[in-house]
Design a protein around this ligand. Structure first.
Ligand code: PMT
Length: 228
């Protein structure tokens, strides 16, 4: 790894959307491109970390020097994250589907004389909450993201407490975010870093600048490697 403040540290990152099957040709997805999560993985690597990236389906190259695990569903993402632990810090930038189809059909669903099929959903496991609540090998620093369209800071603060993570990075993913192309899919982001007792408003910047700044904060929070 390059030499830097995260030498000797393992950083685990999730990125991208998940796809939840309805049948062999249809799925539930969202607008995440993976750009923010992949930029964080690249920045952590530049800072000298050993980096594991668990990525949903994206159209991005694997960041150089990073161990990448490709998954499709939330349940696969959870399994890949659990298999990659322990880690010193985890950063959950993926837009994981909250729900999946209760049953995925084995064959393509056919139109049937105008009858509209009902899609019933069940809740997916919450990866961030699961890792935040680990009693054994909980990473020292667990960072979530919160994608909100209204009351961004208040909702993100509530989410930090509900999920039990240390920090949450809040971003406004509404149409009014002022980010060209939208936060989901675009090249820029404007975030708020929410910690236990503070809210920092970061200016609009490229996703790679946001990633650099977040990784620098993670490195500062972990501190120097204790040598025994
Ligand atoms: O991918 P890009 O196009 O670059 O866009 C970046 C982004 C907007 C996707 C990213 O910055 C972001 O906000 N990611 C989180 C998106 C999201 O799903 O937020 P949420 O508020 O629904 O979830 C809160 C947190 O819980 C997130 O850390 C999420 O990864 C995690 N989560 C959610 C559900 C679930 N089942 N498991 C989880 O781990």
């Amino acid at each position: 790894a390059p030499s830097g403040p995260l030498n000797g540290r393992h950083v685990l990152i999730t990125s991208g959307p998940t796809h939840e099957s309805i049948d062999p040709v249809r799925y539930i997805a969202n607008r995440s491109s993976g750009k923010q999560g992949h930029a964080i993985a690249a920045a952590a690597r530049r800072a000298g970390a050993q980096v594991t990236l668990v990525s949903g389906p994206v159209n991005l190259p694997d960041p150089v020097g990073v161990a990448v695990h490709h998954v499709e569903t939330a349940r696969e993402m959870l399994a890949a994250v659990e298999a990659a632990l322990p880690a010193d810090a985890t950063i959950f930038a993926a837009a994981v589907a909250d729900w999946r189809a209760a049953t995925a059909a084995d064959e393509k669903m056919k139109k049937n004389g105008g009858a509209i099929p009902a899609l019933s959903l069940v809740e997916n496991p919450d990866i961030l909450a699961t890792v935040s609540r680990l009693s054994n090998h909980r990473p020292r620093l667990v960072v979530g993201f919160a994608a909100e369209t209204e009351n961004v800071i208040a909702h993100a603060q509530a989410k930090r407490l509900r999920k039990g993570c240390d920090w949450i990075v809040a971003n406004d993913v509404s149409r009014h975010s002022g980010i060209e192309g939208g936060v989901m899919g675009g090249d820029e982001n404007a975030v708020h870093l929410i910690t236990a007792d503070d809210v920092e408003h970061w200016p609009k910047a490229s996703k790679s600048e946001v990633a650099e700044r977040l990784v620098a904060r993670v490195a500062a929070a972990l501190g120097p490697l204790e040598t025994t």
